[in-house]
Design a binder for this molecule. Sequence first.
Ligand SMILES: Nc1ncnc2c1ncn2[C@@H]1O[C@H](COP(=O)(O)OP(=O)(O)O)[C@@H](O)[C@H]1O
Ligand SMILES: [Mg+2]
Length: 413
Amino acid sequence: MRSTLNNPFVPGSDTVPEVWAGRGEEISDFHRQVRPRRLAGAYERGRVLIGEPGIGKSVLASRIAAEAREAGDLVLPSLRIPRGGDPIALLAGVVADAVSAYSLGERVGSMATGLLDRITAIRAGVTVTLQGAPAGVPHRELTLALSALARTAMDDGRLLVVHIDEVQNVDRTEHMSQLLVALGDVMAETAEGTDAAGNPHERHLPVAVTLTGLWSFVDGATRAAGATFARRFKAYHLGPLEDVDIRTALAPFTSDGWPILTDDGPAVVTASADAVQMLLEAVCGDPFLFQLVGQAAWNASTGPVIDRADVAAGIREVATEMTHHAERTLERLPRAERDLLDALLSLPGEQRTLTAAGRELGKTPQQVATTAKRLEMRSIIRRGRPIAVTSRVTEALIGGRWPTAPDEDARGR
Ligand SMILES: Nc1ncnc2c1ncn2[C@@H]1O[C@H](COP(=O)(O)OP(=O)(O)O)[C@@H](O)[C@H]1O
Ligand SMILES: [Mg+2]
């Protein structure tokens, strides 16, 4: 009855996983803070979701976008910036598509003297600058286009939702600065609205902006916009999932069962408690590994119960891919960060301090403090006394306890 066709686990960023774990804080931040405030005309900063590859930034933004769409908001398709891409031209393209897709051309155009003309000008300005003066400063034109779209949304009592992914790929400071100015200006723009009693009042446009990317983006954005960046965007650093969140995500499997469709009609799939425990230990709080191992355990046999042997077989099946994923995190670390991490892990848990790790490396605590901060930005450690290594994947890999596939269960299958 279990088959690849009804498998609810999906490693890969292009769909929101059905078996969803955690991130309650970021999701409720959108529903309780960002959305209601911006809809009511109050100012609220944009959001930046920062984290290592595979930690779940893109699917979190997609999930929030899907919920916003469900609630009736005007959600622009998410824009993924390719390396070196010009974000102004790319975002103009998304705005243009949205205007035609929602048939807003006439309405938006009448509010802002030809939105599509502006967008054409932005694109021309970007591509033909060498042949003559562009029609206007492109990022300023983009602000006007976005604000026209936001005003259309406002008239309908809707929120305009903008998401830009892989923002660390904006590698030129002037591009970064233009993007942040354009988005910042739309978020700061005010319009005449009416309050609950019907009296006119100044309000902000109903627009919510989310940026997602690697933490190097924060460096680039601060270089391009300085303190203005922090005043206009609030950053969330995504780290590993908590075990309790994964357990909650899997709770349907250990209670009523996970509903599926089979050739013979609806059925449910359950999992034994020790199977869940084994999966939990293997994935080390990593969202990608959670989907990867979950998928493999599901596919390991076809019966209605996922047991320990299924999880063990699943882990063996994807062990190489698990290792590659874990190694990628380590390989991305600059030398100084890797050295500090190694030094910390060579110490017993309760003795992990900057002083002790610095001593291992022949450095003062001050000399390793910046490096420690960077490891914290990546959600690999959490500073404190002692320092906690939050990335269990890295800890297990460096400690030589990886991957954690127990052999004894594998036999007899
Ligand atoms: N909260 C979550 N619950 C369950 N699976 C998740 C969660 N977040 C991410 N994943 C899974 O982890 C993988 C990586 O997510 P993705 O959004 O692509 O990461 P990033 O954008 O940070 O590189 C995907 O397979 C996704 O399904
Ligand atoms: Mg992503």
